[in-house]
Design a protein around this ligand. Structure first.
Ligand SMILES: [Ca+2]
Ligand SMILES: [Ca+2]
Length: 311
């Protein structure tokens, strides 16, 4: 038997966004917070982005907090579900797969369990500004509903209902293009090859368009082309990492046909030049593996034209 609690989030937020924006927008939902939110308690939340979105790419919700299993109902590990819905409530239950659906394990014997989950809507969407579907986001306004479900064995005597404290909740709205790598925090050796990866949500995650790639070594103040040509019909590019030292590096991808559609690494990453002469394995660390590589070729001669050379 599935019981449902609807936590309706009461918050009106103004978040700056432009119709042409292709960047990720993160909407905090602060009114989710509340100790011991009892299942079936209902609250609501709406927010205003301040402007319509140009495109709605992937939408994710991120929740963290603590789940309290309650007393007396836990013969087996309970399952808890979180769902996100807005005006899509009826759609969610009519569809084969819910928009967001998490299992969060809890302990036997009623130990609280903290959780942190992030899930996308299972719905890719392609739409231009002001087109009707996904109205609630394209109009810049939305209402969010979070549901806490628990599977409770019907035969168990319940002394205390399970409850939840959702301490943080965010709605994360991606634009049409989403750069996934490098997306911040990476450490890339100069001269190595790194795969730049992205998703184009206008085409179910495929990438049929033409894209321009740039990198920055100064956190976005200046941009240098990764390739002088646009890259077409692909979601990845093998990038020869330039010979620079910078911990303020970013990658940017732009739709070659619409410069308003773009995405940038969410945070800076590092490019470093390795100056160690005896790093034979290319990992910029000199250790036993390099010594082993040296010993493997000890006294070998590599000149095939030298008669005195022994292989
Ligand atoms: Ca980004
Ligand atoms: Ca090494």
């Amino acid at each position: 038997m599935i019981r449902r609690a609807i936590i309706v989030l009461a918050a009106v937020l103004i978040v700056s966004a432009e119709c042409t924006s292709g960047e990720t927008i993160t909407v905090p939902l602060p009114e989710v917070v509340g100790p011991n939110i009892v299942l079936w308690e209902e609250r609501t939340a709406s927010f205003d982005l301040g402007a319509p979105l140009a495109y709605v790419g992937e939408v994710r919700i991120k929740l963290s907090g603590t789940f309290y299993p309650g007393l007396g109902y836990d013969l087996c590990n309970p399952e808890v579900y979180f769902d996100l819905s807005a005006y899509l409530w009826s759609y969610m239950f009519a569809s084969e797969s819910p928009l967001c659906w998490w299992d969060i394990e809890t302990d036997y014997f009623n130990s609280p369990r903290s959780f942190s989950v992030e899930q996308p809507f299972r719905w890719f969407y392609r739409s231009k500004c002001r087109e009707p579907s996904w109205d609630f986001l394209l109009d810049g306004q939305a209402e969010v509903t979070v549901i806490v479900d628990a599977l409770i064995p019907a035969t168990v005597v319940i002394i205390e209902w399970p409850s939840a404290d959702i301490s943080d909740a965010y709605l994360i709205i991606e634009g049409a293009l989403k750069l996934s790598s490098p997306n911040g925090g990476e450490s890339l050796p100069a001269g190595s090859t790194h795969s730049i990866n992205w998703t184009d949500f206008r085409s179910d995650g495929n990438c049929p368009g033409d894209y321009l790639l740039d990198y920055s070594a100064d956190n976005g103040q200046n941009w240098i082309p990764v390739d002088s040509n646009s890259v077409s019909n692909t979601c990845s590019y093998d990038w020869l990492v330039p010979s620079i030292n910078s911990d303020q590096s970013l990658i940017r991808i732009i739709d070659a046909d619409d410069p308003n559609i773009s995405d940038t690494s969410d945070a800076a990453f590092t490019i470093y030049e390795c100056t160690l002469k005896t790093d034979l394995t290319g990992d910029c660390v000199v250790n036993f593996l390099d010594f082993a590589a040296l010993m493997d070729e000890w006294l070998k001669c590599g000149n095939p034209f030298d008669p005195n050379c022994f292989q």
